[in-house]
Design a protein around this ligand. Structure first.
Ligand code: BGC
Length: 454
């Protein structure tokens, strides 16, 4: 049985029906403001047009390179589109050292071009002409398919000299500086666009792409008439365009203050991008573990957990010393654990605090804390998804999803569905589909449909 006091501690994370409705209305309003030219500058859900206007048909063919930068790792991929909705992907993961994440932009792009050159050499393709799709998962103003001006860094990146610059050009220049491969950057895309495209490759009804990983964001297919910022010449022959919502920034105008907790405020205050990406800080993998860590500290202080142990101050010290000590993946492991053994939970507690025998009650308390933090994240994500699904003109809408939190959390999908059921309009038929390598396959597909429509 859970302590009433533990329930009370977590109450601020439990969204009431009224709060869910209110966040939903405020979110929809921000999307509408982001799309309108007159309100766009003040809106915090920017809704950037991506210039991707064709969804894949499944018959795309050819070999494409893809780069994926935007999470914990950086990847280079070789994607072979084979027609018949089929593709194979060969990829290599490279770490992005912490100092590169906050160094100079030129250094970052030189590193990327270096990895690319090694990859091409390894695959014996140094002399081949290769079109490349660059999945760059940060907020960008796109001026066309291959030009993306970085608006701001997120997710712990902060390289000098890139904000306000065209990342397509920076990558192109880094490749030119080396001069050892014939690679053309043909498209810049967000990971959400990649997710939507890779799901649409399999299921033609996909209209929304969502990432809940290190960061959190979504894109969707919008009618061109509603997208003021799309250049007029792109409205003539095509009816729709993918819009990158960049919903991570939702709340920067105070819209979420009525649901943000003291823990959310602390996460924000200690972050390198204060007052920015507030919705993302309540939903994404980069922050969820930290939220649990802060709640645990409060639970220790109030003697709501590890009551039997005299080492509570020592445990608090462990949690205080390192913001990243409670990893987000623990939330998934703990929620996946079985009662009353709690084997994974006990292992996590042992590794963190050196506590051999966490009681069943301790494990239940810890699980409840994780559950409340994850469920709130899933509810918020589903509020945003509902807003986008309701905006699309299709009756049947598939939502393509990816990201480590969505993928590995045992209940994230189920939590999301509960909220979607409440908010998606009754005349819509919807489902969620897991994306297969959106950042790679999706990038190749964007590059392929772009060359097809030329
Ligand atoms: C970025 C988005 C991206 C998301 C998921 C956010 O921090 O602003 O562009 O799609 O992370 O990777």
């Amino acid at each position: 049985m859970l302590d009433a006091e533990v329930r009370e501690l977590m109450q601020p994370f439990v969204l009431s029906d009224y709060q869910v409705q209110e966040v939903y209305s405020r979110f929809c309003l921000e999307v509408a403001r982001g799309l309108k030219r007159s309100t766009h500058p003040q809106a915090n859900v920017k809704c950037f047009p991506t210039y991707v206007q064709d969804l894949p048909t499944g018959d795309e063919m050819g070999k494409y390179l893809a780069l994926d930068l935007g999470g914990t790792n950086f990847r280079v991929l070789l994607v072979s589109l084979k027609g018949h909705h089929d593709a194979t992907v060969d990829s290599q993961i490279y770490a992005v050292p912490k100092d590169l994440m906050v160094g100079s932009g030129v250094q970052l792009f030189d590193h990327i071009a270096g990895c690319l050159a090694k990859f091409v050499e390894k695959h014996d393709m140094k002399t081949a002409y290769l079109p490349l799709g660059f999945t760059f998962s940060f907020p960008c103003v796109q001026l066309g398919l291959k030009e993306g001006i970085l608006v701001r860094w997120t997710k712990g990146f902060d390289c000098a000299g890139v904000e306000g610059e065209d990342v397509g050009r920076m990558l192109h220049e880094a490749i030119q500086r080396r001069g050892d491969a014939d690679i053309a950057v043909v498209a810049i895309l967000n990971d959400t666009t990649g997710t939507l495209m890779s799901c649409a490759h399999r299921n033609a009804d996909c209209r929304v792409g969502v990432i809940v990983g290190t960061g959190c964001n979504a894109c969707y297919v919008e009618d061109v008439e509603n997208v003021d910022l799309l250049r007029a010449d792109f409205k003539k022959s095509k009816r729709s365009v993918i819009v990158n919502a960049e919903w991570g920034a939702f709340g920067e105008g105070g819209q979420l203050d009525f649901v943000r907790t003291e823990y959310d405020r602390e996460v924000d205050e200690k972050s390198i991008n204060r007052a920015e990406q507030l919705f993302e800080k309540m939903t994404a993998g980069m922050y969820l573990g930290n939220l649990v860590r802060l709640v645990l500290l409060r639970a220790l202080e109030r003697k709501l957990i590890f009551k039997q142990s005299s080492r509570r101050p020592e445990f608090a010290g462990v949690l205080q010393r390192n913001e990243e000590v409670f990893e987000t993946r623990y939330i998934s492991e703990i929620e996946d654990d079985s009662f009353p053994e709690f084997a994974s939970t006990r292992k996590i507690v042992r590794n963190l605090f050196g506590l051999e025998k966490a009681s069943v009650e301790d494990c239940q308390t810890l699980r409840y804390i994780c559950e409340c933090v994850a469920k709130r994240a899933a509810t918020l994500v589903a509020i945003g998804v509902s807003g986008l699904v309701n905006r699309t003109s299709n009756r049947r809408v598939i939502v393509g999803m990816d990201g480590s939190v969505y993928r590995y959390h045992p209940k994230f999908d189920a939590y999301m569905r509960q909220t979607l059921q409440k908010l998606v309009k009754a005349d819509k038929e919807w489902d969620i589909m897991l994306s297969e390598d959106g950042s790679g396959r999706g990038a190749a597909l964007v590059a392929a449909v772009a060359s097809k429509s030329k």
